[in-house]
Every structure is written in structure tokens, then in C-alpha cells.
Design a protein. Structure first.
Length: 238
């Protein structure tokens, strides 16, 4: 069997028929102008008719004279406009209404990064020390609200070790800083060691306690030796 053709049928209008349609349209309009009614103006509530100047925006129709900026009243038809909460604004008024970045003071057109209650361009939200973008990254502010990455904040404000004088920072990947505070001084865990024998000190319980002598950090044995030496000297001096 032959394959069946499934063809579409094109309807053609003769020129006379088309003319008829046009004529009918004109007649309608003369008899009843409201058939070309375009819609109700979203501003004044009056009918917008095709012959009048109308425009459509924000899913509504408006008289051209009625479609104006909510702030300055300038006509918006044929111009870029911005709809906010269903009210149209001209470009200038829209931009003026935008929040300004706390760093560069320019309006924020796209995503607002809000930190410590202030708006920023994501690209402007950077560490004051290293300049790294802190968009989506943990950050801290100092007393004057300056933004710091965690690392630079610690470097700047962390307590310094009284032995090596380097800042005492959290270990990589750690949130908290572990430091030893003794005799009103701070120490890195690894810097807290006996000045004489170098043994790393920790707690008294495991025999690694600190036995300071005249502001020197000493283990128990070295403390005892120094005291012995001192008393020996005192006795020989006597
Ligand atoms: Zn109107
Ligand atoms: Zn305006
Ligand atoms: Zn900015
Ligand atoms: Zn930084
Ligand atoms: Zn240290
Ligand atoms: Zn020692």
C-alpha cells in the first residue's frame, strides 16, 4: 500500500474577501468606537482606546500621559523603567532610591551583601588588610567596624607569645585559639617550656607543671636545681 500523505490545507482569501473584512472593521468603529477599546488605564481608571496614545506595562495598559514615574512624574512610555512594588520609576529615580554601598558609595544594582547592618557590593566587601573578598566567607570587624578576614584579624589583634613574640592564632581549621596564660603572660602551647632544659610544660598532674622562679619558666627539676644552686651560693657566700 502507498503511504498516506497527511498534508495541511491552506485557506486562501480572495482580495475581495479581505476588503470586506477591512470595511466591516471601519464600520464597526464608526458605529461603536468602543470595540477598539484597549483596556482600562492602570492609573486614571479611564478607558484607553486604540486611537489614543496608549501603552502597556506591568501587565496593565495606560494612557501614555498616565504612565509616569512614581517619584518625579516624568513620562515613561518608550523609556526604560523599573517596577518596584507595582509602581513604575524612571531609571534615575530608581537608581537614586537604591541603597548605596558602604565602601564605594555607589548604588547597588544587583545583589546587596548586608553585613553588620550595612549594605555592600559583594565585590566591595573585602578585608582591609589583604583585600581578599569576604563574600560568603567568615569575617570579623574591629572596634571601628573595619572588615577583616579571620586570619588578618587574629594577626592584628591576637595576643602575642611572650617567648617568640608571634601572634597566638587558632590552628588551621580550628575556630578557637589555644594559648597558655601564666604569670600574666601568654604563650604558644609549644613555647611554654622550661627555659633551662626545654621540656614542654603542661599540667602539674602529669609531672610537667611549671615551677616559675623569679619570672623564669622552669620545670620542677630545673627549678629544684636552681634553688639548690642558689642556696649553695648563699651558703658559700655566708
Ligand atoms: Zn490614564
Ligand atoms: Zn523619576
Ligand atoms: Zn561598592
Ligand atoms: Zn585579610
Ligand atoms: Zn611562641
Ligand atoms: Zn627544665
Amino acid at each position: 500500500p502507498q503511504p498516506q500523505r497527511s498534508g495541511g490545507v491552506t485557506l486562501t482569501k480572495s482580495p475581495e474577501e479581505e476588503l470586506d473584512v477591512l470595511t466591516k472593521c471601519l464600520v464597526d468603529k464608526m458605529e461603536n468606537p468602543e470595540t477598539d477599546f484597549f483596556g482600562i488605564c492602570g492609573n486614571c481608571g479611564q478607558k484607553v482606546i486604540v486611537d489614543e496614545e496608549g501603552c502597556s506595562a506591568m501587565d496593565k495598559v495606560f494612557h501614555v500621559k498616565c504612565f509616569t514615574c512614581t517619584t518625579c512624574g516624568g513620562r515613561l512610555s518608550g523609556k526604560p523603567f523599573y517596577a518596584m512594588e507595582n509602581h513604575p520609576y524612571c531609571e534615575e529615580c530608581y537608581i537614586n532610591s537604591l541603597e548605596k554601598c558602604s565602601v564605594c558609595s555607589k548604588p547597588i544594582m544587583e545583589r546587596i551583601l548586608r553585613a553588620t547592618g550595612k549594605p555592600y557590593h559583594p565585590a566591595c566587601f573585602t578585608c582591609v588588610v589583604c583585600g581578599k573578598s569576604l563574600d560568603g566567607i567568615p569575617f570579623t570587624v574591629d572596634a571601628t567596624n573595619q572588615i577583616h578576614c579571620i586570619e588578618d584579624f587574629h594577626k592584628k589583634f591576637a595576643p602575642r607569645c611572650s617567648v617568640c613574640h608571634e601572634p597566638i592564632m587558632p590552628e588551621p581549621g580550628q575556630e578557637e585559639t589555644i594559648r597558655i596564660v601564666a604569670m600574666d603572660r601568654s604563650f604558644h602551647v609549644g613555647c611554654y617550656k622550661c627555659e633551662d632544659c626545654g621540656m614542654v610544660l603542661s599540667s602539674e598532674a602529669d609531672g610537667r607543671g611549671c615551677y616559675p622562679l623569679d619570672d623564669h619558666i622552669l620545670c620542677r627539676d630545673c627549678n629544684a636545681k636552681r634553688i639548690q644552686a642558689l642556696s649553695a651560693r648563699i651558703s658559700t657566700e655566708l
